[in-house]
Design a protein around this ligand. Sequence first.
Ligand code: FAD
Length: 308
Amino acid sequence: GQLEEARRALDAPLFADVAGDATVSFEFFPPKTEKMEETLWASVQTLKILKPRFVSVTYGAGGSTRERTHNTVARIAKETDIPAAAHLTCVEASKAEIADVANAYWDDGVRHIVALRGDPPVAGAKFQAHPDGYQNAADLVAGLKKLHPFEISVAAYPECHPDSESAEFDLANLKAKFDAGADRAITQFFFSPEHYFRFCDKARAAGIDAEIVPGIMPVSNFAATQRMSAMCNTEVPAWMGRLFEGLDDHPGARQLVAATIAAEMCRRLYAGGVRQFHFYTLNRAELSFAICHLLGLRGDKAGLEKAA
Ligand code: FAD
């Protein structure tokens, strides 16, 4: 399997084996203020040099950022040549409301949706479908495909979604999303490549042959990451905590440590044959940019000159 392949390839000197043949995508969230919008836009400018396959913009819990997500995606689609993808959730929404959102994207030239169930507005509550809504992400994918021939990405969980009764059920749920028409999966973030490789091996064995792109979260705020990881069932290795110890007042060192950790994880994934990476940028470019650089990405010369 991929895990063995990774172990064999890891003997190479640090990053000497990367050939610049990886492709990447970047995830942003819709900005709340003008200042945040500037930061986001500067990040898009920095990262677009790396010729991402696509960039995506998240949808706030319960559709709370419907307008802002739309405006951000539409602006990227209009002002750059990067394919833009819009996240869309079906929590708290009727099928008619989803259709309105999806039709508006289609009319604005957006052809890629990241289709998700979403989480209930009250943290920890059990998901309940809207009475006139979609039952889950698979159902949403089928509904979107009926509206327009969108390219569709869905979520996958190498360490199992916290709501799932078992890892097998969760894998069957992922299969259902592909059967409904999804084109690729993007994973929840994780910190142990082994979890990802084992999950991919199981998915292949279950008949899933589509892309399962690892979602990379470059961590620089360890406390926040611990909180988030606990909510979504992601294991935080003890060694990672130790690497951030005593760095609270050293933002520069923290960034270097963060880049080292994420780059090392990407190196391991690359060694196991992974050539596609999706970065949770949190709207900051530098960390993701540095990691892509270590992965051998240089961007096009024209893009570099334009950016200068
Ligand atoms: P689903 O695939 O529907 O599955 C959720 C869980 O329910 C799984 O455990 C599944 O096994 C189980 N399940 C599904 N159907 C049934 C059924 N019929 N009976 C019993 N159990 C069932 N959230 C946002 O609000 N906005 C975003 O922009 C956003 N972007 C994301 C991007 C990525 C790449 C990822 C990984 C997650 C994102 N999320 C986002 C979070 C996501 O909305 C949550 O993880 C949510 O809890 C599950 O969504 P899903 O699409 O995976 O749901």
